[in-house]
Design a protein around this ligand. Structure first.
Ligand code: SAM
Length: 390
């Protein structure tokens, strides 16, 4: 199910982004070669940026993704099809942009006909990326595509503390224009009237490395929008920093625990098999003694208390719990131990499973009675004589 919420926290300015200029200039991987320096990226540069994020999502499978400075929400629309994403959030300071584009994030008809396997919630928040917002905590990936160059110096100074320090997602992708590419454009000033700066690669990388070091991230640099042949020295038209939070781990190992379903099943089945076997042998012994008593009524020798036979000494409370549970029984040559009886024994009791859960955990490892209330076993086995005195 996709939910769309539009939250409003702060009004903001309308900010415009490029593309006409980006779709025109020199040759290389461009559609046209023109003497007037008209570059035409193919695919268009903004699509290359979105594709970069899509490939990144495909590779890293984040569950929670936030796009800061999401603008007209086009990237969010492309990301909502990824099955791994369960929470997709867009934030922009331009409320009007969010309101006029939000509806495009609603599910298509086809998404009702063939619903997703996992829930997806899409949320748009109106606000500034330099304000701490607890609703953006705990994300796997935050993208800031062509955002930072729209921040004035005060906001740019606050941005790392909020995004890296406070929100601290596992991964951050930041893209920004590479000013070294600008001389290839017909007009050489800033690419957009709202840009507060455009950095060359050294400036961006210096800033990014300082931020990464301060907030314990590693960073790798790449880009999209390849320069034309002969102008390789200018680098990509859009420079991109990919930040990953350092885990600080040198060694990590997960210990087996009963919280893990597989481990719980393993331990439970083991305990059940041991108990059923011991109870089965005790049942045989009791039957033998009854038979002996019939043959020799003067012989009143008892086989001792059940706990001794089970190789364990129980507390009074444990013994009472066992005694109050349904007893094992025989039907023909079949031997039955009620699940409730098994659950009464301390080693099973400590696993804290209900009868229902126990049934489902052991069902494929033991034979159950037709109503599923007891474990069923043969009373006699071919190898019994070897273990008669077990
Ligand atoms: N990321 C989108 C894309 O690549 O298509 C839009 C990029 S657009 C150039 C920059 C966006 O950042 C604008 O939508 C603008 O409103 C937004 N923006 C600028 N300053 C912001 C801030 N302080 N907080 C949130 N959004 C901001």
């Amino acid at each position: 199910m996709i939910y769309l919420h539009l939250f409003s926290t702060k009004s903001g300015n309308k900010m415009e982004e490029e593309n006409e200029q980006f779709n025109s200039a020199i040759d290389g991987n461009f559609e046209e070669v023109c003497p007037e320096k008209v570059i035409k990226f193919k695919p268009p540069l903004y699509k290359q940026r979105y594709q970069f994020v899509r490939d990144f999502v495909d590779q890293h499978k984040p569950k929670k993704v936030a796009d800061l400075g999401c603008g007209d929400t086009e990237l969010l629309r492309l990301l909502k099809i990824y099955p791994c994403i369960q929470r997709l959030v867009g934030v922009d300071i331009d409320k009007e942009k969010l309101q006029s584009n939000g509806h495009q994030l609603s599910p298509y008809l086809g998404e009702f006909v063939k619903p997703r396997d996992l829930d997806l919630t899409v949320i748009l928040y109106h606000g500034s990326v330099v304000e701490r917002d607890s609703r953006l905590l705990g994300f796997d990936l935050i993208t800031c595509i062509e955002l930072i160059e729209h921040l004035d110096s005060d906001d740019l100074a606050r941005f790392p503390e909020v995004v890296f320090g406070y929100l601290s997602p596992a991964m951050i992708v930041i893209s920004t224009p590479n000013s070294e590419f600008n001389p290839l454009f017909p007009t050489v000033t800033l690419r957009d009237a709202d840009h507060k700066f455009e950095w060359n690669r050294m400036e961006f990388q210096t800033w990014a490395l300082q931020v990464a070091n301060r907030y314990h991230y590693s960073v790798e640099f790449t880009g999209v929008g390849e320069p034309p042949a002969g102008a390789e020295h200018v680098g990509y038209c859009t420079q991109i920093g990919v930040f990953r939070k350092n885990s600080g781990k040198v060694y990590k190992i997960s210990y087996p625990s009963l919280q893990q379903e597989k481990m719980l099943k393993f331990v439970l089945v083991g305990e059940v098999l041991i108990l059923v076997e011991r109870l089965r042998l005790r049942q045989q012994r009791m039957l033998r003694e009854q038979k002996d008593l019939c043959n020799d009524p003067d012989n009143t020798d008892s086989s001792g208390p059940p706990q001794v036979l089970l190789g364990a000494v129980f507390t009074e409370a444990e013994e009472a719990r066992i005694e109050n549970s349904p007893k094992p029984f025989c039907e023909g040559d079949k031997f039955f131990v009620p699940l409730q009886r098994l659950l009464a024994y301390p080693k099973v009791h400590r696993l804290r499973v209900t009868e229902e859960r126990m049934r489902s955990l052991i069902a494929d490892s033991v034979q159950l009675s037709s109503d599923g209330s007891a474990v069923m076993d043969d009373l006699y086995k071919s190898w019994d004589y070897q273990f008669e005195d077990y």
